[in-house]
Design a protein around this ligand. Sequence first.
Ligand code: GLP
Length: 264
Amino acid sequence: MEVIVCENAEKASALSARLVKNKIKKQPDLVLGLATGSTPLQLYKQLVDLIDSENLSVKEITTFNLDEYVGVAATHPGSYQTYMKKNLFEALNLREDQWHIPNGECQDVSQECQHYENLIDAKGPIQLQILGIGRDGHIGFNEPGSSFGSRTRLKTLTEETRQDNALLFSSTEEIPRHVITMGIQTIMDSEEIVLLAFGAQKADAVAAFIEGPVSASVPASILQFHPRVKVFLDPQAAAKLSHLDYYQEVFAQKPSWQMLEFES
Ligand code: GLP
């Protein structure tokens, strides 16, 4: 796992946006996995700016989102579909056939989950997956205890995660309890993973998944087994890491050819 600690969240977002942009430039038909939440907002904004300024085509990319709330209308302000349209898809002018998000309004959840897995199989593999992390170490909506072998399925949110996602829902009752999420194995099948975490509220989860034991109690810790993971942090999220100096040294001493993926 490569741990990259930046001066602040904005710089971390800029660096990761350059990485995604360079991937698209190299591979115009990139299959990109996307996350929601407040963490990747700056990354998406900067990615849109970079794509615009370099006049890059995104007509051939395909995207797959990690998750969606069950029983929330796609047009609801709190749905992940609304989030993605507002923060990325509309700005990039993506066609409807280019992006994929689980259908939280489906009649048959198991069928929808299988359908989503089939789509990833048919159009994938996901070549670059963007991730955030929950305070309890969840990725996607794979809460603690999720099987490392899991694939897209229905999950029930913990009360902590419900509260963390309360902002766009008008009452406690309205905050969804159920979601469809890519499984941990689905995420692990991605060829490369970029995880972002910002702020002191993520420091425990960050230390646990990077340096703690691999355990289903900290779902992101499985990433220790993935051969190509980059973790972008701000100093607050990195504050509880024991080997911080080493990670900083590794990045500072990176050979120039390895820095090409970050070039502007
Ligand atoms: C939700 C999303 C995750 C995201 C997490 C953290 O649970 N399903 O993909 O990583 O929230 O959100 P935030 O970035 O707002 O802290």
